[in-house]
Design a protein around this ligand. Structure first.
Ligand code: SF4
Length: 187
């Protein structure tokens, strides 16, 4: 996989090509300069899967977390788990990004921002988030319909279609697949 994303492109790529779950976590990270463990895992592994190199990942998380906890505490308490996710610490397992199925079955608590917005947001928040992606009217109602029937991945697929103006026959089953399909369309 030759895809590589660089630090300075993350916000732009989030706007055009991240699925809603990852857009949401980036927004919260920028806002709070912090994400809890579940979010760091889900978002961190997604970024790794999207081609963010370890050095850039460390710089990315440090830039935010140091505003909240200071860079010393970041280096002491958080850098390890990022290197760990890249297989550079502990058992040196190369961790793979979470699938939609795994994300949908998560149980985010208060103050958590991981999980799948189609599954874990209330209706009002989900509508607002989709509006922010430029989705309204019939497409929005169709998506909300799928959500009501608990077809979360279908709702995400329809969001992809509405946002990109094409049909996605394979359906979305992985956030990194959403990202790479989007990049294919936009390139
Ligand atoms: Fe993310 Fe998958 Fe949910 Fe889409 S369906 S928001 S890619 S977890």
């Amino acid at each position: 996989d030759a895809v590589e994303i660089s630090l300075k492109d993350i916000d732009q790529l989030a706007k055009t090509s991240f699925p809603l779950c990852m857009r949401h976590m980036l927004e919260k990270l920028r806002e709070n300069h912090h994400l809890k463990h579940g979010g760091r895992m889900q978002f961190g592994l997604f970024l790794k899967g999207a081609g963010l190199k370890l050095e850039d990942a460390l710089a990315f998380w440090r830039a935010e977390f140091s505003q909240k906890v200071g860079s010393e505490r970041f280096d002491k308490e958080y850098a390890y788990s990022i290197r760990h996710n890249y297989g550079k610490e502990g058992k040196r397992t190369d961790y793979t990004p979470y699938s939609c199925q795994k994300i949908i079955s998560a149980t985010p608590g208060v103050g958590d921002h991981h999980g799948c917005p189609y599954r874990h947001f209330g209706e009002e928040n989900l509508r607002a988030a989709l509006n922010k992606m430029g989705i309204s009217g019939h497409p929005l109602e169709d998506i909300m319909d799928k959500v009501k029937n608990r077809h979360y991945q279908l709702a995400c697929t329809m969001t992809f279609e509405a946002a990109h103006g094409i049909s996605c026959d394979t359906g979305i089953n992985h956030p990194n697949q959403y990202f790479s399909e989007s990049q294919k369309v936009l390139k």
